[in-house]
Design a binder for this molecule. Structure first.
Ligand SMILES: [Zn+2]
Length: 296
């Protein structure tokens, strides 16, 4: 009799778990555009709210093409968190149908954006690659979640402050790592200009990018390629850094002409499902370790 009762309870418990995970699978309280934002938001929300990312791990946000479920996922969520700064071009069509239904949090509000080196009025959206800007993200997310769920305000406050402390430690760790690179070797060439904020914070010079501009969705002219090769030789650049999602073809052409080495496994725009970039802090530690190794 006792055994049968235990069985029944186990069954009920399993059903409850299945129902809970089912509802979590179809809708989340908070939806973020990218996996990086989802990790940051989870650190503020803790266990109180569920968080999901619209883009899967490994997707390039610059070239992302929305799928039909994306509009439904935005509609089903209650809070949408975006980087903003022109980064999420894929949202343009998606938000038309869902406007006004969700609370929208623009994580980068208050961050000082860099503008283009190309002369046009382009904005560099890659602000999260300086952890100090992520501390601003955390504050905006904390404020937004406290408005959405005032009863959780104290929890969000405590979570945000603990995570901001970890981000400040990350910043100090990066400074110590970068100190191992001789100042004249602190030069960066990337596939597109993604490391501008990182360079500004940690004393690197961005010599150039294979794709001119702030997006992976551009291509260089023959003239721009020749100029970059000249700059790489002039500054004795040791390495070109590519995101794991980048096509390495043009960088390989440059390497063939200059002998520069290619580091092709950085994660700058998306987390990974396991190591090395399971969290934002893991991603930054991995990035910095690979940059220091290549430039030392
Ligand atoms: Zn980018």
């Amino acid at each position: 009799m006792v055994k049968r009762l235990a069985w029944t309870w186990t069954l009920i418990a399993c059903l409850a778990v299945a129902l809970a995970s089912c509802s979590r699978g179809s809708a989340t309280d908070i939806l973020t555009t990218t996996t990086i934002l989802a990790d940051i938001a989870r650190n503020v929300a803790g266990d109180r709210l569920t968080v999901g990312s619209l883009l899967p791990a490994g997707a390039d946000p610059h070239s992302y093409q929305p799928v039909p479920q994306d509009a439904a996922r935005i509609k089903q969520s209650q809070v949408l968190i975006i980087h903003s700064g022109g980064y999420e071009e894929f949202l343009d069509g998606l938000l038309e149908n869902t406007e006004g239904q969700n609370m929208l949090i623009e994580a980068s509000t208050g961050v000082r954006f860099r503008s283009g080196t190309q002369g046009e009025d382009a904005t560099d959206p890659h602000v999260w690659l300086d952890p100090n800007n992520v501390i601003v993200y955390v504050d905006n997310i904390r404020e937004g979640l406290a408005k959405f769920d005032p009863n959780g305000a104290e929890i969000y406050e405590a979570n945000a402050s603990a995570y901001a402390h970890q981000l400040a430690e990350l910043d100090a760790w990066i400074n110590a790592q970068v100190a191992q690179i001789e100042p004249q070797r602190r030069v960066l060439v990337t596939n597109h200009e993604a490391l501008g904020y990182f360079a500004e914070r940690y004393g690197f010079t961005v010599v150039g990018a294979v794709m001119p501009g702030f997006s992976s969705a551009s291509s260089p002219s023959a003239r721009q390629m020749a100029d970059l090769i000249e700059q790489i030789q002039l500054h004795e650049v040791p390495a070109i850094f590519l995101d794991a999602s980048d096509n390495p073809e043009l960088a390989q052409q440059i390497a063939a002409e200059t002998g520069v080495k290619i580091v092709s496994d950085l994660h700058l725009e998306s987390l990974t499902e396991g190591a090395p970039a399971l969290t934002y802090i893991d991603m930054m530690r991995d990035t910095v370790t690979k940059i220091v190794q290549a430039l030392q």
